[in-house]
Design a protein around this ligand. Sequence first.
Ligand SMILES: [Mg+2]
Length: 174
Amino acid sequence: MLKLFCPNYYIHSYRALTASYLKEHGITMLLCDIDNTMVAHDEPLPDRDVHTFVESMKNAGIRIVFISNNVEERVQRFVSELDVAGYSFAMKPLPKTYRRIVKDFALSKQEVAVLGDQLLTDMLGANLMGFYTILSAPVVERDLSFTKFNRFFEAIIFRLLKLSGRLTKGEFDD
Ligand SMILES: [Mg+2]
């Protein structure tokens, strides 16, 4: 059960993730969360570092899609200048939107990695799908009100993961 919350790779920031690392793990498609993974939830647009990250992945042949539980307006505004697809109201951790992306892009689960900042949505949903999972520390401490609720349970899961020796918060792999 605890295993379903545990990432395969734990990094301090998306900036630490490289295309060569993904390729070594057979990944061709990266599904990225937006809020608090790429930018704070109240930052409407991608900043320069996000642009650089997306470009470097694309240039290396890794496809990128953004998938968010947030509303369509937020997601479409964020992806508009990045020239990538965005899936809003994803209802992570439910598999619904992940399944849709697998179908839309004709993917096999072995070639998909998910990057996100939350154990209860991003990691759980991706592990249920059998994707490669990458957890990043949140960009900022402030969260959406619904996320604050998730963070309460996330703190408990982090404690259990530490007790079981699987993962320690803040001890990154990068
Ligand atoms: Mg997030």
